[in-house]
Unconditional design. Structure first.
Length: 488
C-alpha cells in the first residue's frame, strides 16, 4: 500500500501540488433481509479503490480509480492536479489548512467475533426465526427483518508524512412488524426504527440485542395500536425515550453544527444552518441540563462515528458542542477551522468510500446523561400529566434546521406519575432552541444508550454514512403535541 501511495504522491507533487493525500480503501459488506418468511435480500460485496486529493495553486482537486496498477494511479494523480488547476481559475480565495503533525499509526475496532466468520445461512436462520415469531401474532400482516455487516480497511498517506492504517467493523440488525386494518397501517420496530441498532462491533452485538426474545412483544404492540386512542392535540409535558432523543439530536443539533453547512459550502442535499458564526459562545441553545459533545474517541463507545483518525489524518477528538446550554462548538475540518479561530481541526472530515471526496460529517453527537441518579420509571413518576414518545416513525425539519415535527410509532399517556393508556399516531413539533431550552430532566448513565444511525445522507453526489447518538430519556415542558394528525 505504501508503494501505491508513493506513486500517487510523487506524481502529484512533481506536477505542482503543494499538498496531497491518498486513501486506499478495501470495503466488504454483507446485507441480509427477510420478508414474511422469505428471503428479501442476500448480498455479499467487496469494493477496492484509491483516491487522490491535492491542492494546486490554492485550490482543491480530487480524482479516484478502481485500478491499482502504477500507470492508473499516476494517471489518477495527474487528473486530480488538472482539476485543481481548473478550479484555481475561479477560486475566491486560497485554501488554507491548519497545521497537523504527521502520524504513523494502526487502529482497529474492538471486535470479539468477526461477523464474516458466521455463515450467511446462519444469519438467515436467525432472521427467519424472528420473522416467524412476529407473524405468530394474529393481526401482524407483514414482518421484515434485516442484518448487516461491514469491514472497512483504509490506508491513508499524505505528502506531510502521515501513514495511517485503520480497520473498522460494523454490525447492525433489527426488524419491524406491520399491522394493516381497514385504511390504517400501524408498525412497531425493534430495537429501533429504520434499520434497528448499529454499532462498531462484531457479531457479539447480535447476541446482545436479544432479537428473538422481543419479537412477539413487538408484534403484539403493532396490533394493539389499532385499538389505541388517538394521541390528543394540545400542549403537554413530554418524555422522549433514548432512541427518539437520538434522532432529535441528529436533526436539530448534529446537522446545524456542520461548519461547511454554516459557511454555505454545502447546501445541496439538506440545506444550510441557523447557527451562523456570531452565535458561537453567545447562543443559549438549551437549558443548563443540556450538555452535548461530538466525540469520535473509542472511550465514548462503539458508535458509528467512532474512529482513530478522520480522512485527512486528524486524530479522533471530543469537542464540546453545548455546555450547560451554551452553544460552544462546531464540527470542523483543517480547511474550515480557521474561520472560527481554531488552530486545529476538530477531526470530522470523512468520505463514504474511496471514490468520494471527504466532507464534514457527524461523529458521535451525544447528550451527556444526568449526574444525579434518575431512571425512566422515576422520571415518569415525577410527571403529573404528559406523553411518553417511543421509536421514531417520521421526521420533518426545515432547511436551516430550526422548525421541526416528529412522529413516533407509539405513545403512552402519563397521569399522576403513572403510565396509563397507549396512544397511536403520536407527534410533536417546535423550534430548535425553544425545544432544547424546555428540557428540565434527563436520566442518568444507566439509561444512556449509544444509538447508530447508518443512513445519514449529505452532499451531492449523495454520501450515506453512519453516525452515533448517545442519549438517555429526557423530559421537555410545554411542547406542542398532536398537530400532525389534527382532526383524525
Amino acid at each position: 500500500m505504501k508503494d501505491l501511495a508513493s506513486w500517487a504522491l510523487n506524481s502529484a507533487t512533481q506536477r505542482g501540488a503543494t499538498y496531497a493525500d491518498v486513501r486506499v480503501v478495501d470495503d466488504r459488506s454483507r446485507a441480509l433481509s427477510t420478508k414474511n418468511g422469505k428471503i428479501g435480500t442476500a448480498s455479499d460485496s467487496r469494493s477496492q479503490g484509491l483516491s487522490v486529493r491535492v491542492i494546486v495553486d490554492g485550490a482543491w482537486g480530487f480524482a479516484s480509480s478502481a485500478e491499482l496498477d502504477r500507470e492508473s494511479i499516476e494517471r489518477t494523480a495527474a487528473h486530480a492536479v488538472a482539476i485543481a488547476r481548473a478550479s484555481a481559475k475561479v477560486k475566491q480565495s486560497d485554501v488554507r489548512l491548519v497545521p497537523e503533525s504527521p502520524v504513523t499509526a494502526e487502529w482497529s475496532t474492538p471486535c470479539e467475533v468477526d461477523p464474516f466468520t458466521i455463515s450467511a445461512e446462519q444469519n438467515l436462520a436467525l432472521l427467519m426465526k424472528v420473522d416467524a415469531e412476529l407473524r405468530s401474532v394474529p393481526g401482524v400482516t407483514l414482518a421484515e427483518t434485516n442484518m448487516n455487516f461491514r469491514r472497512e480497511e483504509q490506508w491513508f498517506f499524505s505528502s506531510e508524512g502521515s501513514n495511517i492504517h485503520q480497520t473498522k467493523v460494523t454490525t447492525g440488525a433489527g426488524y419491524v412488524a406491520y399491522a394493516f386494518a381497514g385504511s390504517e397501517i400501524q408498525k412497531r420496530s425493534y430495537p429501533n426504527s429504520f434499520g434497528g441498532q448499529w454499532q462498531n462491533k462484531g457479531y457479539e452485538l447480535i447476541d446482545e440485542l436479544k432479537l428473538v426474545e422481543n419479537a412477539k412483544r413487538i408484534g403484539e404492540e403493532a396490533v394493539a395500536l389499532h385499538k389505541a386512542d388517538q394521541c390528543p392535540e394540545g400542549t403537554f409535558d413530554i418524555i422522549l425515550e433514548s432512541s427518539q432523543l437520538g434522532l432529535q439530536i441528529h436533526e436539530s443539533i448534529g446537522h446545524p453544527i456542520e461548519l461547511d453547512r454554516v459557511l454555505g459550502m454545502e447546501a445541496n442535499f439538506a440545506g444550510t444552518s441557523f447557527l451562523t458564526l456570531e452565535k458561537l459562545r453567545t447562543l443559549q441553545y438549551g437549558s443548563e441540563l443540556v450538555n452535548v459533545v461530538a466525540d469520535a474517541r473509542q472511550e465514548h463507545g462503539p458508535g458509528l462515528g467512532t474512529f482513530g483518525f478522520d480522512d485527512e489524518g486528524v486524530p479522533a477528538q471530543c469537542t464540546p458542542i453545548i455546555t450547560n446550554g451554551l452553544f460552544t462548538g462546531y464540527l470542523s475540518s483543517r480547511e474550515t477551522a480557521p474561520t472560527i479561530g481554531l488552530e486545529r481541526s476538530g477531526g470530522t472530515l470523512r468520505a463514504e468510500g474511496w471514490n468520494r471526496l471527504p466532507i464534514i460529517r457527524m461523529t458521535n453527537i451525544s447528550i451527556l446523561p444526568g449526574e444525579k441518579p434518575l431512571s425512566l420509571d422515576q422520571l415518569i413518576s415525577s410527571t403529573d400529566h404528559g406523553i411518553l414518545f417511543q421509536t421514531n416513525r417520521s421526521w420533518s425539519i426545515d432547511d436551516k434546521r430550526y422548525n421541526f415535527q416528529f412522529g413516533t410509532e407509539i405513545g403512552w399517556e402519563i397521569k399522576n406519575g403513572k403510565r396509563t393508556r397507549m396512544l397511536k399516531n403520536p407527534s410533536y413539533s417546535g423550534f430548535t432552541t425553544g425545544f432544547w431550552n424546555s428540557m428540565d430532566a434527563i436520566c442518568s448513565r444507566d439509561e444512556w444508550t449509544l444509538w447508530g444511525t447508518p443512513n445519514c445522507g449529505k452532499g451531492q453526489p449523495q454520501q450515506v454514512m453512519g453516525t452515533g447518538h448517545g442519549a438517555a430519556p429526557a423530559r421537555f415542558r410545554g411542547v406542542r403535541v398532536g398537530s400532525a394528525y389534527k382532526g383524525t
